[in-house]
Design a protein around this ligand. Sequence first.
Ligand code: BEZ
Length: 211
Amino acid sequence: MAVRLGDTAPDFTAETTEGTVNFHEWLGDSWGILFSHPKDFTPVCTTELAAFSKVKGEFDKRNTKLIGLSVDSVESHNTWDKDIAETQGQSVNFPVIGDPDRKVADLYDMIHPKANDTLTVRSVFVIGPDKKVKLIMTYPASTGRNVDEVVRVLDSLQLTAGYSVSTPVNWKDGDDVIVAPALSDEDAEKKFPKGFKTLKPYLRVTPQPNR
Ligand code: BEZ
């Protein structure tokens, strides 16, 4: 069955490029991002794995662990990593799951048979410290993901987890945010000491509260 927002992220034990990982145990109290790559030795995946590795520090700052997956063996991933380093100037610095029997890919419904019946799509699952799935993205194999967008949505998720706010279109860290409609004006005044602007009763904006 498909994994949906709010579900507990399915747990698994798998071999990775950094040893055996029991997913929930490995996540601990951190946020996590599990993302799939259709296959080893493919061009778009080569660029993605290096790009995520280059900004791993941004994920560390956000208490977020990265873990990749590709439906090939760990040995194959390790050989591929040499090409990644050679062509992108960066080797992979987080675990990549070896999933030749597609156990984890099936658990997370990463194979979409109408796209391809053996390779995964490019899935991204953002998982909170409570192990619940907070966000899912699905890209076709031909479209590489945008690392900045993954960091941006992580910022939004972490902000909205801590405050009664939502983030508007194109929001990025530091921009004004939207006061949750469920909050009364009275409660919003207490919660947001910097104040808020009422454009419509359902559209109230306030400076980012954790800044
Ligand atoms: C790629 O990473 O470039 C790719 C992988 C599978 C199918 C198509 C493209």
